[in-house]
Design a protein around this ligand. Structure first.
Ligand code: NAP
Length: 443
């Protein structure tokens, strides 16, 4: 017998208000209007788009939308909805509108990482209090399913570490520097021309976007509120082509990573760390083969082992897929009843300061080419209790100067900074050519 899908309960209609019709919102609207019947079958109730709130009715859009659905009165639109999809971005008025929607009992789907990273606990608190749902699959890594796998599929496991390439702009730039030998400035210019970088690229290249995503991922993975300001952040603007070449020669690729991990805290108590910086990743690591503007999230779970989630981290239509996935599954839950999985933030683990985190370092030093130099550099490492894993001469600058590259064993950020200061004061060191951390390899 042919299966015709579950019958839609015609009595039930799920009314959806869309806030925002930009890159993502216009695609969500288009798909809802074109494929609404199909989504309704999957949800088990009729999904009806009742209106779309925008800032300006006459803005130029990627998709032509029925004029009668557009409104500038978001507050009034929310009053008519069972579901609100927030795709305006920014903090205000998104925060107030989501609050209004939740308070009215509507479920909310959002892709707003900036809002969740700064006001997530407040909004989840409201949702919990009123028994509404707040879904945000699209807030991290666009189309890639990562929120639901962490919250639901891995709810019976223990996540040890997450290494994420969660910003496509910076991955495009670093990949271009690595594969084409272009400088950072040149790679950024091309990224902007090709639409990978926005006119103001600050949020991407300074690591703010990745920092927001790291805060969200760490909170879910470790069942602990991780405030944005506790996520250490460094961008990629200081990464030089020389560092990329040195890394390549040593068998590494440079990636901007969002790192969330369990770490030993004071007195051996369990703690966590969330941080964002450019780091060397071994060429054999799965993250090293993430090219162009793609994203990937590498998860290490105690029972499941290593898992890799890979794909498009941005783009209107791609991100719309994650938004609509949330809508259909939430609508189904809405129809069938039941509260679903709440946010569990009860582990309350301490978030360690980045100075206390132990990592390996890749240090490139310009030194005078004279006898005794290596002994002096090695003595300085020993004085700061940082042990050397490998040391090699990367290149000779001229008859009197060379660049040496040292990879350390595990050391704290604090010890490393004191070491680098002391190295800079040595007469035999002509310059600190670069310091990057090493992640994703053996210790
Ligand atoms: P966008 O292109 O800038 O669109 C924003 C939309 O919101 C526009 O339609 C705008 O109206 C409307 N809007 C802004 N302020 C408003 C206000 N005060 N009242 C009513 N409407 C308002 O943004 P987007 O790129 O689609 O991103 C939307 C969200 O998705 C953001 O949170 C973003 O971080 C997230 N996200 C985006 C991507 C991506 O690839 N773009 C990927 C993942 C997550 P007008 O059209 O009239 O100006």
């Amino acid at each position: 017998m042919e299966w015709k899908g579950e019958l839609v309960n015609e009595q039930r209609t799920v009314k959806v208000a869309l806030l925002g019709a930009g890159s993502v919102g216009s695609q969500v609207a288009r798909l809802l209007l074109e494929d609404g019947e199909e989504f309704s079958r999957r949800a088990g109730a009729k999904i009806e788009l009742v209106g779309i709130a925008v800032r300006n009715l006459d803005s130029k859009r990627d998709v032509e939308l029925p004029r009668e659905l557009l409104t500038t009165d978001a507050e009034n639109l929310i009053l008519q909805a069972d579901f609100v999809i927030e795709l305006m971005g920014g903090i205000s008025p998104a925060r107030e509108l989501i609050t209004q929607a939740l308070e009215s009992g509507a479920d909310v789907v959002t892709a707003n990482k900036a809002l969740l990273a700064s006001h997530g606990p407040e909004l989840f608190g409201i949702a919990e209090r009123v028994g509404a749902q707040l879904h945000y699959e699209a807030a991290v890594a666009g189309a890639i399913p990562i929120i639901r796998p962490l919250r639901e599929n891995l709810a019976g496991d223990r996540i040890e570490r997450i290494l994420g390439i969660v910003n496509g702009t910076t991955n495009y730039i670093l990949d271009r520097m690595y594969s084409k030998g272009d400088t950072f400035e040149e790679s950024l210019r091309i990224a902007t021309e090709l639409g990978y970088a926005e006119a103001d690229p600050t949020a991407d290249i300074e690591g703010y976007d990745a920092q927001q995503k790291a805060a969200i991922l760490a909170s879910i993975a470790f069942h602990t509120e991780v405030p944005l300001e506790q996520v250490h952040r460094e961008g990629i603007t200081q990464v030089t082509i020389e560092q990329i070449d040195d890394a390549k020669r040593a068998g590494f690729v440079v990636k901007l990573l969002a790192i969330c991990e369990r770490v030993p805290g004071a007195d051996g108590a369990e703690a966590i760390s969330a941080r964002v910086y450019p780091a060397l990743v071994p060429e054999a690591h799965p993250l090293a083969s993430v090219h162009g503007g793609n994203n990937a999230v590498f998860v290490e779970a105690a029972a499941a082992g290593p898992l890799m989630f890979y794909g498009a981290g941005a783009g209107g239509i791609q991100t719309a897929s994650a938004v609509l996935g949330d809508l259909v599954s939430a609508a189904r839950r809405h129809v069938l009843g039941g509260p679903g999985l709440g946010e569990s933030m009860d582990a309350n683990l301490t978030v360690l300061d980045s100075g206390e985190i132990r990592t390996r370092y890749h240090i490139a030093l310009g030194v005078t080419d004279a006898p005794g130099v290596l002994a002096e550099v090695a003595r300085t490492f020993a004085e700061h209790h940082v042990s050397v894993s490998t040391l090699e001469q990367a290149r000779t600058e001229d008859d009197h100067a060379a660049t040496i590259v040292i990879v350390t064993h595990l050391a704290t950020d604090g010890a490393l900074q004191r070491l680098v200061e002391s190295l800079g004061e040595l007469d035999v060191v002509t310059r600190i050519a670069g310091v990057l951390r090493v992640e994703g390899g053996a210790e």
